[in-house]
Ligand binder design. Structure first.
Ligand SMILES: [Zn+2]
Length: 435
């Protein structure tokens, strides 16, 4: 019995060491041997989940209170690196003493918190006491520097911009904001070989025309307007290929490539031009994942896979085509479209139109606003309300009136009824809205 148990333990250690991966890569060829870390990533995300973080909206105080006890680990070094516009502390957490420096920063946009949660879980695992082959390998080969929640003032309000309304990712040249200056200063002091720019993208983005919602979009940003692949960007492309290879087994068909036009005002592109092989990871949305807890796990898997591929040098075995064959982020869908009905404005003849609407929060749903009115037959929507031959009666609050004219207002909060006839007393089929 004990012999069997020891053999089993040994087998687990060996498999963790080799990070034995699956069989086929994203484009059908055999995956590179040793492709890590689907199983390990799942295990870390579940076993080291920082339990105090349960939703995608949390503050700087919440975050660091949850992390504080974990940061006592001897494996982690905490460095104050600056303060936000409103004076919230910005901290870098460093793990490992290896020759290759990797820099990860998250939540430069205050309402993009998925990777910040994943970094908490990874920090928890990196500081844990039990022996672990992957962690030892990362510690020996890498110096991993993590700067979670770069824009805590934006996080406080759950808004993209910082406390004075500036998009930090459009401030890389001027460095007008405290957050951008801190990011640049850390980069200049550690001169990382690899960088990970961690964001959340539009949750309504589709992966290809009529395709699924994108779960994760990857990008090895261009380093110049010519959009070529020098050695720095080529290495980033191979790391992104590795991430895709692993993630296709976790969220098949839900991975895309982000727009790669060079943006001289964006950090990722400039990091690439400064010689740091940089990968952008954009978390989109997954079905039934309103608080992005599943995407949090996906981020842990992606980041550990990338770190291991860099630590072993194994990313060099990847095929660039695994990255270049990704479908590019396509247009975004609307949340709801009502088709086939006629719109009733009191005092006017009914008009045959479709109406699209978006929820204020596309993941939690709730309150919706009118987005477009007209012929929307080619619009892709997550939900279609087919109402052929029926009549849409908007609540008066949805109408604007000027000089005797009345119309349905774009942006109006949706509060309407769908009825069998144009008369307001005709049979009710359905109500839409929150009242
Ligand atoms: Zn962003």
């Amino acid at each position: 019995m004990s012999l069997t148990w020891r053999h089993l333990t040994f087998a687990l250690v060996v498999s963790s060491l080799a990070c034995s991966g699956a069989s086929r890569s994203a484009i059908g060829r055999p995956a590179p041997s040793g492709a890590c870390c689907l199983e390990i990533g799942r295990r870390v995300a579940a076993g080291h989940r920082v339990a105090a973080l349960t939703t995608r909206r949390f503050t700087h105080t919440d975050y660091w209170a949850a992390l504080d006890p974990l940061l006592k680990s001897k494996a982690l070094r905490v460095t104050p690196v600056g303060a936000s516009t409103q004076g919230r502390a910005l901290r870098a957490i460093t793990f490992g003493t290896g020759p290759t420096t990797v820099f990860l920063w998250s939540q430069m946009h205050g309402d993009e918190s998925t990777a910040t949660m994943a970094l908490a879980d990874i920090i928890s695992w990196l500081g844990a006491p039990e022996a672990d082959a992957l962690r030892d390998r990362l510690a020996a080969n890498l110096t991993v520097v993590m700067l979670p929640m770069l824009n805590p003032d934006g996080a406080e309000l759950f808004q993209r911009e910082n406390a004075v309304g500036v998009d930090v990712n459009r401030d890389v040249r001027r460095l007008s904001t405290a957050e951008a200056r801190t990011l640049k200063a850390v980069r200049d002091s550690i001169k990382p070989a690899f960088g990970f720019n961690l964001h959340d993208q539009n949750a309504r983005t589709l992966g290809r025309p009529g395709g699924q919602r994108v779960g994760i979009a990857l990008l090895a940003p261009a380093a110049d307007a010519a959009n070529g692949f020098g050695p720095t960007r080529a290495a980033a492309r191979l790391v992104a290929a590795r991430i895709r290879d692993v993630l296709e087994r976790e969220i098949p068909g839900r991975i895309a490539r982000y727009d790669d036009a060079f943006n001289v005002r964006a950090f990722g592109d400039l990091f690439q031009s400064w010689g740091t092989s940089t990968v952008l990871i954009e978390s989109g949305a997954l079905p039934d994942d309103a608080d992005k807890q599943r995407l949090r796990t996906v981020n842990v898997i992606a980041i550990l896979s990338a770190l291991d591929a860099i630590a072993t040098g194994d990313y060099r075995k990847e095929d660039p085509a695994v990255y270049t064959s990704l479908p590019v982020n396509d247009r975004s869908a609307v949340d709801v479209v009502v088709t086939g009905a006629s719109l009733v404005i009191p005092g006017q003849a009914p008009v045959r139109v479709d109406i699209s609407m978006n929820y204020e929060d596309p993941l939690r749903k709730g309150r919706a606003r009118v987005r477009e009115i007209g012929d929307l037959e080619d619009v892709v929507a997550f939900d279609t309300v087919a109402a052929p031959g029926l009549f849409i009666h908007p609540d008066p609050s949805m109408l604007t009136e000027q000089r005797g004219n009345r119309w349905l207002r774009i942006g109006a909060t949706v509060q309407l009824s769908i009825r069998r006839g144009p008369e307001p007393t005709s049979a009710l089929v359905r109500e839409m809205g929150n009242r």
